[in-house]
Design a binder for this molecule. Structure first.
Ligand SMILES: *Cc1c(COP(=O)(O)O)cnc(C)c1O
Length: 402
């Protein structure tokens, strides 16, 4: 059976992964979302509204830019950068937020709920809510709120209510629990705007569909300039939305190799990294399990407690990975690797100095893996790397190192 037919299989399954593991109260709203999303995706009116916002509000299409100095410096393949960092709010997250925001309007829901770690998804959600006239509540761990003051202020300026979560480690996974609690209580009026290809069906498929425009554009752009497909794709993997967004349009092209780069953090033992698909690289603690409504690889202790994770980049710092990546990894259709904190910092500096682009620390992980591999590639090979976001938000961290 080909890859694609399995993906289309029922109930959002990717091989054994994915599915819908939620309390009874959430079954009805998830089914409603699945149905409304299916209708919307066949409605030319919905598509044209979304296309208009993507173009005029968010700034699509993003350029596919040849990187001459990085190419020369590494001495191997010809490197192209997909510039998602140029989008409004500075990252690919707006693609998904616009899609789900329009679905909320279509469902007659006047309010969106989101959780956020570093605040990037919260800012994109608050931005879209303002544009569409929806009210917006964002849950954020109080520890994260202190670390990301500026994003808290941005969300509030945009009119969102930011609720600090005091529970547990006071970070992302505690914020997710609170956001879910809110959704269960207010399902009639509120849409849960999930930020990556995680969660129960239909989220992983729907978020991927809203992000696959990255690869669709890149495919057309590279065919225009090079008149052939690329040999390699590189993208960082947090939940997995920007990477699946780039990969998806190429999954049927067997000649295109795909590399997803996770956070290697500061070591291979449990708690020191977020390399959920990194067992082959010696990263410890990941095995399949259920987290946030989906069956996928999860970093966990021997007795199944969700493990702490570490990465210098908040967007990659999560215990589970999107179920479609779990399946791509098992099949060997995409390869997954991990890059540590220090190497990501060095890569961010290289891209800044060689190409005049300060990448988000998340994206810098993909750059680091490319720096490892490109010198061994042939000069006529072609690489596309997704610059998922810009580095302004990471300037404090970067300045500490540089
Ligand atoms: C949130 C974020 C990521 C990680 O999320 P994915 O769903 O894996 O794409 C990567 N890069 C940037 C810039 C982000 O803001």
């Amino acid at each position: 059976m080909s890859y694609v037919t399995q993906v289309i299989g029922e109930r959002g399954r990717y091989g054994p992964y994915g599915g819908r593991y939620v309390p009874e109260t959430l079954m009805a709203p998830l089914e409603e979302l699945e149905r409304v999303y299916a209708e919307a995706s066949h409605d030319p009116n919905f598509r044209s509204q979304l296309d208009d916002l993507l173009h005029n509000f968010a700034g699509r299409p993003t350029p596919l830019q040849f990187a001459p100095r990085l190419t020369e410096h590494l001495g191997g393949a010809r490197i192209y950068l997909k510039r998602e960092d140029l989008l409004h709010t500075g990252a690919h997250k707006i693609n998904n937020c616009l899609g789900q925001g329009l679905l909320a309007v279509r469902m007659g829901k006047k309010r969106v709920i989101a959780e956020t770690g570093a605040g990037q998804h919260g800012v994109a959600t608050a931005t879209v809510a303002a544009r569409l006239g929806l009210s917006c509540t964002v849950y954020m761990g109080t520890e994260d709120m202190e670390r990301q003051r500026l994003n808290v202020n941005r969300m509030r300026l945009l009119g969102a209510e930011v609720i600090g979560v005091q529970a547990g480690s006071r970070t992302l996974k505690d914020a997710i629990n609170e956001a879910m609690r809110d959704w269960v209580t207010n399902v009639g009026t509120s849409h849960y705007l999930l930020g990556s290809v995680l969660g129960a069906h239909p989220y992983p498929q729907m978020v991927r569909d809203f992000q696959k425009i990255i690869g669709e554009e890149a495919r057309a752009q590279i065919l225009r300039v090079e008149r052939r497909l690329p040999d390699h794709l590189f993208a960082c993997v947090g939940g997995g939305s920007n990477s699946i967004g780039l990969f998806h349009a190429f999954l049927g092209d067997a000649s295109v190799k795909m590399v997803g780069v996770e956070a290697g953090g500061r070591g291979k033992s449990l708690g020191e990294h977020a390399a959920r698909l990194g067992a082959a690289g010696g990263f410890v603690g990941s095995r399949p399990g259920v987290l946030q409504g989906t069956y996928t690889y999860v970093l966990q202790s021997e007795d199944g407690q969700i493990a702490a994770t570490h990465s210098i980049s908040a967007g990659l710092d999560y215990a589970a990975v999107g179920p479609e990546h779990a399946w791509l990894a098992d099949q060997g259709r995409a390869e997954y690797t991990a890059v540590g904190d220090d190497e990501a910092i060095v890569a961010a500096r290289s891209l800044a100095r060689l190409e005049g682009i300060i990448p988000a620390l998340e994206s810098a992980h993909a750059v680091a893996e490319l720096i490892r591999r490109a010198p061994k590639m042939k000069k006529d090979e072609i690489v596309i790397l997704n610059v998922s976001g810009r580095g302004d938000k990471d300037m404090e961290t970067l300045s500490r190192y540089v």
